[in-house]
Each structure stands twice: as structure tokens, then as C-alpha cells.
Ligand binder design. Structure first.
Ligand code: ATP
Ligand code: MG
Length: 410
């Protein structure tokens, strides 16, 4: 057995991708290219797929397998990540490998079983025979553990493939969903709150490639608020892949609304502007939908009637993955994603500037449209768009501003 064979590898189990019919290859190809791109910072890897599993093999001993395993756990389309050790295709080699490689797991377990898969049908034992033989020898090697085929503490997985046999212990749960890039492109409205990072993550998990827009209202909102949103985007990028964040100045829009519109509609009219501007960004970048973190009934602007008034301003689909999700569940997801601690930093969002004392929770569309008709919608939008700043965040979280002059070449 040569050196390379004794290096630990990663096995990525495909999730929903395997349910795809004719276009399954397209999904797998996308997933593989996402894996390759995501692993680039951690060394050189060979990545290929066989029978619903992606193999990630380090090309040399310098690869950072710990970081690579964590990164693979954040790739949508991967249902589970196992670290496995290849060995020669013989019962003795498999048992020796399991004894060494899973020594800690055996020490902690009281019961175990072996589960085998024989993809290489030329192997002389079938999977049941293989499990029995390997299990018997491991039970002898570790007298304190008993075989329990029903509810074992530890399951030792053995797979016989073309090139080698692979031994691994329990797999880590993967991110699930579908590979980013297979579900179209959308623009997500990212505030500094708890909800919108979660809604973005949920759409990325359905394979949607995202660009972010954030509205800022200096001096009412601070530089710290903007930094916080960029930090959230940096925390999302390992899941969502490379992100472009458009930071759109919104002060003048808000001041004009305050000057000219009835107070009860401030928030709604402001939200209609957010949607329009996001739609313009979406059109320019070839995106087909908008994403928000709205959840039914959470605040005055998220009643059913308010949502209707908000989305009337645009003609693109508005995706609201949190619409039926309770705040406690949203918080749980936010912790899992890793954005919660940043989201609760206490900086003002432009939504909380000029909030009406008595917002209308049952707005009529005609009334809002009329209240808004005094504004120069096009003019205000043009001014906002003229001040957009763009930040490119790579999937490893590094960030740089895209300056207007280099915009075209980019
Ligand atoms: P969040 O926790 O995401 O801030 P929220 O419950 O505070 O949401 P709102 O402030 O009413 O709700 O905002 C609803 C949605 O509008 C947000 O989830 C987000 O998608 C979008 N949004 C709000 N403020 C901004 C902003 N400053 N920039 C971009 N999008 C925003
Ligand atoms: Mg908010």
C-alpha cells in the first residue's frame, strides 16, 4: 500500500441531489465545483464522485484536513461528512486500520456494530460476511465492547471500493439542501438583524446564488452598523459562496418620506422603496427574485395587508422563507449558522429611524399609493443608486471594496 493510500480522506454523502432525475449530473457537477472552490485555502485535493459519494483526497500531506472537514460541513448539497482512512482490501488490513483509527471511539463505546458496503463486487466476501468477520475480530481486540446490531454506541463503517477499502466512524451532519448555483440567483435584503441572515441562508440552502443589498442612513445609522452587516455577510459567505454586497444610501429617501408623507405610512413607503431599489439591483445583476427576512405578524409592517402593500411596489417574486417560522426557531437557526452573536450587537438599523408612533397595521393599498404619489420616486431612486458602494466577499470571508472605476473590468 503506497503512502497516499494511508492519508485520511473525506467522504461527502450527497443529499437531495440523488433524488434528481435527468439533470442529476448538472447538480453533481455544480456541487463538485463548489467543493473544489471552497477547499482551495486548505491545500490541494483531488475531488471526484462515485455512487452518491464525493471523495475528497488530499494530494499531499500538507492539506489541512480539520479545516477542510469543517468547510465541507458548510457546503449545501452535502448531507453528511465522514473522515475515512483508506487501506488495503483485506479483512486483516481493515481490522488493523479500524483498531488504530477508531481507538478513541472504541474506548468511549460499550457496544458497537460493523456496517459494510461492497461497491466492488469482485471482493470475495459479501457485505454481511465482511461485517461478521471484521466485527468478530474487533470484538476480540476490544473485549470491553459487545456487538449490538440494534442500538450500538459506535458504528464502524467499512466500504470496499475500486481503489481501496475505507474505514470510518460516525459521520458529521452536513448542511443539506442543494448546491448553490442550481436554484437561480436572487437579491437578498440584508439588515443587521437576526432574521435576514437566516432568510438568506435558507434560500442559499435551496441552491440560490445570492447578492446582498443593505440600506444605510448616515448619520442616523453609524459606520458600526455598516461594519456589522458586512461582518454578517462574511459569516454567511462560507455557506453561500462568494457574495457581492451593495450598500445603498437611503437617508434622502427617508427624509423625503418624513417631510411629505403621513406618519402612519412612513415604514410602509420606506419598505416599498427598499423593494424597488433591490429590484433594480436584481435586474442589473441578472437575479430573478428578492429575498427578505419577513415573518408574518412579527412587526406592524409584516401583517398580511402590509406585506401586500410592500410587494406591490415590485413585480419580481419576493421570497420570504421565514414567513411561517417562530422567532425562537429563527434564533436557533441563527445560532447554528453562526450569525447570532453578530446580529445582537446593538447598532441602529435604518428601519428603526423615523418609526411612526402608530403604524397602520391594516393599510389599504390605494391609500398608500396616494400618500406616496407626492414623491419623485424615480429621482430619489436614481440618487440612491448613484451612491451605491460594493463589497466583494470571498467564500473564505475575505473582503474588498470594488471601486467604481474597476467595476466594469470586474
Ligand atoms: P431583521 O431581523 O432581518 O432586521 P426585522 O424583523 O427587524 O428583520 P424589519 O426591520 O421590518 O424586520 O425588516 C424586514 C426585512 O426587510 C428584513 O428581514 C430585511 O430583509 C429587510 N431590511 C430591513 N432593514 C434593512 C436594511 N437596512 N437593509 C436591507 N434590508 C433591510
Ligand atoms: Mg431589522
Amino acid at each position: 500500500m503506497n503512502e497516499a493510500h494511508q492519508q485520511e480522506i473525506l467522504l461527502l454523502k450527497l443529499g437531495e441531489v440523488v433524488l434528481k432525475g435527468l439533470n442529476r449530473n448538472q447538480f453533481e457537477d455544480k456541487l463538485i465545483s463548489n467543493v473544489i472552490r471552497r477547499l482551495r485555502p486548505y491545500g490541494r485535493f483531488q475531488v471526484y464522485t462515485r455512487q452518491s459519494t464525493i471523495y475528497v483526497e488530499p494530494a499531499n500531506p500538507n492539506c489541512d484536513m480539520d479545516e477542510a472537514a469543517v468547510a465541507c460541513g458548510q457546503i449545501f448539497g452535502v448531507a453528511a461528512v465522514a473522515r475515512a482512512l483508506p487501506c488495503e482490501k483485506s479483512v486483516v488490513a481493515i481490522v488493523e486500520t479500524a483498531k488504530k483509527y477508531l481507538a478513541d471511539e472504541f474506548a468511549a463505546a460499550r457496544t458497537f456494530k460493523v456496517e459494510s458496503k461492497r461497491a466492488d463486487k469482485r471482493f470475495h466476501l459479501n457485505s454481511i460476511q465482511l461485517s461478521q468477520q471484521v466485527g468478530g475480530m474487533l470484538a476480540e481486540a476490544f473485549p470491553h465492547v459487545k456487538v449490538d446490531v440494534h442500538k450500538p454506541d459506535l458504528t464502524v463503517f467499512v466500504e470496499i471500493r475500486e481503489k481501496a477499502a475505507y474505514v470510518h466512524g460516525p459521520a458529521m451532519e452536513g448542511a443539506g439542501g442543494l448546491p448553490v448555483g442550481t436554484g437561480g440567483k436572487a437579491v437578498s435584503l440584508l439588515s443587521g438583524g437576526i432574521d435576514s441572515p437566516v432568510s438568506s441562508w435558507m434560500m442559499a440552502r435551496r441552491g440560490v446564488w445570492l447578492e446582498m443589498v443593505h440600506f444605510e442612513s448616515p448619520p442616523y445609522t453609524s459606520q458600526l452598523a455598516q461594519d456589522k452587516v458586512l461582518q454578517l455577510a462574511q459569516e454567511l459567505a462560507p455557506w453561500c459562496g462568494q457574495l457581492l454586497v451593495h450598500v445603498i444610501p437611503f437617508t434622502e429617501v427617508q427624509e423625503e418620506i418624513r417631510r411629505q408623507c403621513p406618519e402612519e405610512y412612513f415604514t410602509l413607503i420606506m419598505r416599498r422603496f427598499m423593494m424597488r431599489l433591490a429590484q433594480q439591483v436584481a435586474r442589473e445583476s441578472g437575479a430573478q427574485a428578492l429575498v427578505t427576512g419577513e415573518s408574518l405578524g412579527q412587526v406592524a409592517s409584516q401583517t398580511m395587508m402590509s406585506l401586500g402593500v410592500t410587494e406591490d411596489a415590485v413585480d419580481m417574486p419576493v421570497l420570504r422563507p421565514l414567513i411561517g417560522i417562530d422567532k425562537v426557531e429563527i434564533i436557533r437557526l441563527s445560532r447554528r449558522i453562526g450569525t447570532y452573536e453578530t446580529s445582537i450587537l446593538p447598532y441602529e438599523d435604518c428601519c428603526t429611524v423615523f418609526t411612526p408612533r402608530h403604524p397602520n397595521t391594516r393599510p389599504r393599498l390605494e391609500d398608500v399609493r396616494e400618500a406616496e404619489s407626492v414623491l419623485d420616486v424615480e429621482g430619489l431612486m436614481a440618487k440612491s443608486m448613484a451612491g451605491v458602494r460594493r463589497f466583494r466577499i470571498k467564500n473564505d470571508g475575505t473582503m474588498r471594496e470594488i471601486l467604481p472605476r474597476t467595476d466594469k473590468a470586474d
